[in-house]
Write a protein that binds this ligand. Sequence first.
Ligand code: SF4
Length: 294
Amino acid sequence: MASSQVVRIRVAQHAGVCYGVERALKLTIDAASAARQPVCTLGPLIHNPRVVAELSAAGVGTAGSVDEAEAGTLVIRAHGVVPQAIESAKQHGLDVIDATCPYVKKVHHAAARLAADGYQVIVVGESGHPEVEGILGHAGDGAVVVSGIDDLNDIVLGKRVGVVVQTTQTDERLGQVVASLVARVGEVRVINTICKATHERQESAERLASSVDAMVVIGGKNSGNTRRLAQICAAQCPSTYHVEDADELDPIWFQDVRNIGLTAGASTPPAHIHQVIDRLVACNPDSSVEWNRD
Ligand code: SF4
């Protein structure tokens, strides 16, 4: 980092945990604090190994399936699940805390409504992603997943199709699929279920990265949305570094740097952002820290 120079550290306006992840974390931590019985999450609560390790230290286990869960409380993560998973957990005698994000629940309801109204449901999203699997479970028998217009060539379309979208998809991707469907099908009903949290983080990070000398992206290396943020930032600022924690910061990265930008994925808690800022400031006590400044 530039010595004896004021270094500006600017944090993106939209950075770190989104509403759904924050809510899921709170529900899980509250359940663990009550601690009258074992608590585990169905799959890792979020894609952040540090948070999963912190939860484990607080007594929260991870079950790969309902059958693997111990007796006690089972937390359904923000991505949501198929309805049968919750039924099965209850039949196993587990207390279920449903931490499915309310915005994901909206997709479930939209898909179920379309199916009940006789539409073939198309889910625009990433095949195999846990959120998409959960949506499919609410979308009726003929539901299919398409990741883009090329996938439409491989499926038999009904006369009336209803479209919902994985919350993290882009308007552009949805628009392409809908335009292609309109040319092929008599009736297309679209319910736009994109959540703006991802989009806001990406736009904010892109703006900030275009005006700094170095950019730090904080979050799990296994987090798709954090990796995407790092890619977007790297396109604007070649000196972009994706770290999970402050220990990964290398002072060499910041030699002769006057402007540092910071952002974090939707599964990165505020404490992890503060730790990185504290480490950067410790390297240069003359630093100024500015929040919401992309
Ligand atoms: S990105 Fe949106 S839909 Fe997904 S958990 Fe966060 S708030 Fe909910």
